[in-house]
Design a protein around this ligand. Structure first.
Ligand SMILES: Nc1ncnc2c1ncn2[C@@H]1O[C@H](COP(=O)(O)OP(=O)(O)OP(=O)(O)O)[C@@H](O)[C@H]1O
Ligand SMILES: [Mg+2]
Length: 322
C-alpha cells in the first residue's frame, strides 16, 4: 500500500533524508524509529504529499504521488507532528469541517463524525472549544480527524505523544485493531510501543535507513541476545566460569554480580556464520552434571534499546562524529 523508493530530501545545504526506501503492506503496522532530527517527520510529510521529495518516488495503493496525487492522497489519513487545529472551533464543529474537506456531506458526514468521536473517546468533550482542551484530548481530536474518511493507509507522527498511560494503552489498542486491515506507519520514541503495536520496524539515522525487521529480529541483533545468565550458589560457583567458558560455542563467561543470593555469571555465545548458537541447553546440562545449586538460568532475547543505541548516533554527538 505504501512504497517509498530512494527518497531524498535536501533543505538548502542540509541533507535531511538520504535515499530511504521501504514498503508497507495491508495488515502491517510499521514502526519508524530514529533519534531527534533523523528525518522521520520529513519522510512522513513526503509520504502524505505535504512536502515534495528532492528525488525518489512514492506510490500509495498503486497511485504515484507525483502524477496521480489526488487519488493517492485520498487513500491516506495523516496525523502530523504538530497537528494544526482551529482553537476557536468546537470539537464537533472542527470534525464536521474536516469531513467536508474530505468530501463527506450531510448524513454521511454526520455518521463519520459520530464514528470517530466514538473511536477516539471524545464524547465527554465533543461540545468544548479546542483551545480549552487538555493536551491529550486535543491530540485525540487530531487523531479523530485523520480517521474520518476511514482511509486504508495511515501515516501517524508520534500518535501517543503527550497521552497519559491509560490513553496510550487505548490508542495502541486502537492502532493494533486498525492495523488488521490497513497499512499503518507510525513514528515513535517509545520502544515498548514497537513491541506493543508494530509488526515491523525501520530505524533511520541522520537521514539513512540503518535497520528494517520485526521487533524480534532487531532485538536478536543486539549485543546481549543469546547470552545465558546463570545464578549459582556455593563454593563451586567461583570455579564455574572456567567450565562455562570451555563449553562448545561459548566465547566468554564472566562473573556479573556476587551477592548473598549467589553468583551470577554471564556466558556469551561465539557467533558462527553470523549466527549465535543457543547455549541454554549446554549450560543447563553442565549445571546438572556438576551438581551445582542453580536458582536462575535464562537465555537473553536481546534488547531493542541496546540495538537502537548501537545503530544510531545521539543528536548531541552528531557534530563530533560527523
Ligand atoms: N522545513 C525545514 N527547513 C529546513 N530544515 C528542516 C525543515 N524540516 C526539517 N528540517 C531538518 O531536517 C532534519 C530532519 O528533521 P525531522 O523533523 O524530519 O526529524 P525527526 O526525525 O522527525 O525528529 P524528531 O524525533 O525530533 O521529531 C533536521 O535536521 C531538521 O532540522
Ligand atoms: Mg519528528
Amino acid at each position: 500500500m505504501i512504497a517509498a523508493n530512494t527518497l531524498v530530501k535536501w533543505f538548502g545545504a542540509k541533507l535531511a533524508v538520504d535515499a530511504v526506501s521501504f514498503t508497507v503492506a495491508k495488515g502491517e503496522v510499521l514502526g519508524f524509529l530514529g533519534p531527534n532530527g533523523a528525518g522521520k517527520s520529513t519522510t512522513m510529510r513526503m509520504l502524505t504529499g505535504y512536502l515534495p521529495p528532492t528525488s525518489g518516488t512514492i506510490s500509495i495503493g498503486g497511485h504515484h504521488l507525483e502524477d496521480d496525487g489526488l487519488a493517492a492522497r485520498a487513500l491516506v489519513g495523516y496525523l502530523p507532528e504538530n497537528a494544526p487545529v482551529y482553537p476557536e472551533m468546537s470539537v464537533t464543529g472542527f470534525l464536521r469541517f474536516a469531513a467536508e474537506a474530505r468530501g463527506l456531506w450531510g448524513k454521511e458526514r454526520n455518521l463519520a463524525v459520530e464514528r470517530v468521536i466514538e473511536t477516539c473517546f471524545l464524547e465527554p468533550i465533543r461540545r468544548q472549544t479546542i483551545e480549552t482542551l487538555s493536551k491529550g484530548y486535543r491530540h485525540r481530536t487530531c487523531l479523530a480527524q485523520c480517521l474520518l474518511h476511514d482511509p486504508p493507509v495511515l501515516v501517524m507522527d508520534e500518535p501517543t505523544d503527550g497521552l497519559d498511560p491509560n490513553q496510550k494503552h487505548e490508542v495502541r489498542n486502537l492502532i493494533r485493531r486498525m492495523g488488521a486491515d490497513k497499512a499503518i506507519i507510525l513514528s515513535t520514541h517509545i520502544l515498548e510501543e514497537v513491541d506493543a503495536v508494530c509488526s515491523r520496524a525501520i530505524v533511520i539515522d541522520r537521514g539513512r535507513l540503518v535497520a528494517n525487521g520485526t521487533p524480534a529480529e532487531l532485538r536478536a541483533r543486539s549485543a546481549s541476545a543469546g547470552q545465558v545468565r546463570v545464578r549459582l550458589q556455593g563454593p563451586a560457583a567461583k570455579e564455574a566460569a572456567a567450565a562455562l567458558r570451555a563449553l562448545d560455542g561459548a566465547a566468554a563467561a564472566v562473573v556479573d554480580a556476587e551477592s548473598a543470593a549467589g553468583i551470577t555469571l554471564i556466558v556469551s555465545p561465539d557467533p558462527r556464520d553470523g549466527r549465535r548458537p543457543n547455549l541454554g541447553p549446554a549450560v543447563a546440562a553442565l549445571v546438572a552434571a556438576r551438581h551445582w545449586t542453580c536458582d536462575e538460568l535464562r537465555v537473553e532475547e536481546g534488547r531493542l534499546d541496546e540495538f537502537f543505541r548501537a545503530v544510531t548516533v545521539p543528536d548531541t554527538k552528531r557534530e563530533e562524529k560527523g
